[in-house]
Design a protein around this ligand. Structure first.
Ligand SMILES: [Zn+2]
Length: 279
């Protein structure tokens, strides 16, 4: 039997470890969602432990978790990389988002006058517009994704919410991979139109608007095979001096993504903060 003091200490240690893992996961996930760590970027353990000031054990747990969410790919004998979703997977994920999110807006619009959350989300769309106009790309991407997750959260369906967090996060990778670097495909006006349709109970229009919105997002995707040099310290918010450490200089070799298959896509068929808390 464990004495209560020891038990409290054990609980405290677990809690501390969990908080540390959450901190590291958030740093990595936000850098991925905001496209500071593009798809294909190598994530070497030693350098990440140094930059994020964490242990190898914590980092491995976080990388395992991100791999489970398909944001990180772990390659035997080569290490971990930011995932590079294929064109086929991209199409599937956008198709899944359309199915899920037209269902979300239908459910919300049918709810009639029970939309106390709409004004809050509308204000947030205003912030999304400001961030876009100010050129604050990271914040804009986070808020644009959050719009979609907030709608899912408003349904009160936790399973749906969890599912959507995952696919919204995957979509963030896809836009980083196939869209213009540093841009986001969501339209602020389309977000407002969707909100208006929900608020006034026009469920068929809300569904159509969401479907069109997501198709429009997917149609903007294109192949972009440009190799990019990624500095992990800069991407993860460290100082320029930290970025010049010998360990990090070794990371500046261009990332050479595999050639992706052509996307016939234009005829197509869907990040936070991770805990979005986003999309
Ligand atoms: Zn959107």
């Amino acid at each position: 039997m464990i004495a209560s003091g020891a038990n409290n200490s054990l609980t405290s240690d677990i809690s501390k470890a969990t908080r540390e893992e959450a901190r590291v996961q958030l740093r990595l996930a936000e850098a991925i969602f905001e496209h500071r760590l593009p798809p294909g970027t190598k994530l070497p353990e030693i350098d990440l432990c140094q930059i994020l000031r964490t242990s190898r054990g914590t980092l491995r747990k976080v990388l395992d978790r991100l791999a489970g969410e398909e944001l990180v790919e772990q390659v035997p004998n080569r290490g971990a990389f930011v995932a590079r979703p294929s064109v086929a997977v991209t199409r599937d994920v956008y198709a899944l988002r359309r199915i899920l999110e037209t269902g979300v807006v239908r459910a919300l619009a049918r709810c009639g006058g029970c939309q106390p959350w709409v004004n809050e989300v509308r204000l947030q769309v205003g912030e999304e517009r400001e961030a876009n106009e100010a050129g604050d790309t990271g914040r804009y991407i986070r808020l644009a994704g959050k719009f979609h997750l907030d709608l899912a959260a408003a349904t009160g369906n936790s399973a749906l919410n969890q599912h959507l967090k995952r696919v919204v996060a995957q979509t963030s990778l896809m836009t980083a991979l196939y869209d213009e670097p540093g841009t986001n495909t969501c339209s602020v006006q389309e977000h407002l139109d969707i909100l208006d349709a929900i608020e006034t109970g026009r469920h068929e229009e809300a569904e159509r608007l969401m479907e069109d919105h997501l198709i429009g997002c997917e149609r903007q995707l294109r192949l972009d095979d440009e190799s990019k040099a990624v500095d992990l310290s800069v991407a993860l918010g460290e100082s320029p001096r930290a970025a010049r450490t010998p360990a990090n200089r070794a990371l500046k070799a261009p990332v050479k993504p595999k050639k992706a298959a052509p996307m016939h896509a234009k005829k197509a068929i869907f990040t936070t903060r991770l805990d979005a808390s986003t999309s």
